[in-house]
Design a protein around this ligand. Structure first.
Ligand code: ADP
Ligand code: ADP
Length: 225
C-alpha cells in the first residue's frame, strides 16, 4: 500500500498570490478525485506534489519519505498522463515508448522490450505496435498515454482531465483500465467534471480558492453538492 500524506500545505507564488491554503489530505492506493473549477489551485497542488513547485510551508510525505527534502524519490516513482500530448512525432507506438523508457532511465534493452510489450498488451494495443500514434483514435491515444505513464512501474500517477473527447464506449474501456491500474498504485485524477469523479474515484476532495472544501466518498459527497 502506498500513502501520500499532505499536511498543512500552503503555496504563495512570487507575485504574492496564495494558490494553496493550508491543505491536509491522506491519499492511498486507488483513484482519488480532485474536483474543482478552473483556477481552484488543482495544478498548483499537483505541481507541488510532483516537486515542480516548492511549497511555502507544510509537509509532504510519500511512503513516509519527506519528498520536499527528497524530490527525487517522488520523481522516480511518478507517472503522468496529460490531457493530450499535442503533436506526436512520426515514429511507431513501440519506438515512442522506447524513447520514453530511455528518458526514464530504463537502460537494459531486454527489460525495456519486455516492459513495453506487456504494457501495450495491458492497454489493448498489441496489434498496433508498429503504427504511428498520430494515426490512433482519441481512445487509443488515451490508452497509449496510460502505457507511457506506467513505464518504469510508478507508484503514483497523476491524470489530468482524462476523458475529454472520448465516445461512451472508449470512455468505458478507459475507465476500466484506470480502475484496474489503481489497485496497486495511487492515481490522482484532477478534473472539473463531476461525472469523471463519480464514475472513477473511490475517494475525493472538492477544491476551490486554494482550499479543500469537502473530502470523502464520492457517492455521498456528490449527492450533497
Ligand atoms: P515561481 O514562484 O514558481 O517561480 P513564477 O512567478 O516565476 O513562479 O512563474 C512561473 C511560471 O508561471 C512562469 O512561466 C509564469 O509565466 C507563469 N505564471 C505566472 N503567473 C501566472 C498566473 N497567474 N497563472 C498561470 N501561470 C502564471
Ligand atoms: P487549476 O488547475 O485548478 O485551474 P491553478 O493551480 O492552475 O488552478 O491556478 C490557481 C491560481 O493560481 C490561479 O488564479 C492562477 O492564475 C494562479 N497561478 C498559477 N500559477 C501561478 C504562478 N506561477 N504565479 C502566480 N499565480 C499563479
Amino acid at each position: 500500500m502506498n500513502t501520500l500524506s499532505i499536511n498543512n500545505l500552503s503555496l504563495t507564488y512570487k507575485n504574492g498570490f496564495q494558490a494553496i491554503k493550508n491543505i491536509s489530505l491522506d491519499i492511498k492506493n486507488g483513484m482519488f478525485g480532485l474536483l474543482g473549477p478552473n483556477g481552484a489551485g488543482k495544478s498548483s497542488l499537483m505541481k507541488t506534489i510532483v516537486g515542480l513547485q516548492k511549497p511555502t510551508s507544510g509537509t509532504l510525505l510519500f511512503n513516509e519519505v519527506d519528498i520536499i527534502k527528497n524530490p527525487d524519490y517522488i520523481k522516480q516513482n511518478l507517472g503522468f498522463l496529460p490531457q493530450d500530448f499535442g503533436v506526436y512525432p512520426k515514429v511507431s507506438a513501440y519506438d515512442l515508448l522506447e524513447h520514453i523508457a530511455l528518458l526514464k532511465g530504463i537502460t537494459d534493452k531486454n527489460q525495456r522490450k519486455n516492459q513495453i510489450l506487456s504494457l501495450l498488451e495491458k492497454v489493448n494495443l498489441s496489434d498496433f505496435t508498429k503504427k504511428e500514434v498520430h494515426t490512433f483514435s482519441g481512445g487509443m491515444k488515451q490508452r497509449f498515454g496510460v502505457a507511457q505513464a506506467l513505464l518504469g512501474d510508478p507508484k503514483i500517477i497523476i491524470v489530468d482531465e482524462p476523458t475529454a473527447g472520448l465516445d461512451p464506449e472508449e470512455r468505458n474501456r478507459f475507465n476500466t483500465l484506470l480502475n484496474d491500474i489503481s489497485q496497486d498504485v495511487i492515481v490522482i485524477l484532477s478534473t472539473h467534471l463531476v461525472e469523471d469523479v463519480r464514475n472513477l474515484c473511490s475517494e475525493m476532495a472538492v477544491m476551490n480558492h486554494g482550499q479543500i472544501l469537502r473530502k470523502g466518498n464520492p457517492g455521498k459527497l456528490i449527492a450533497e453538492l
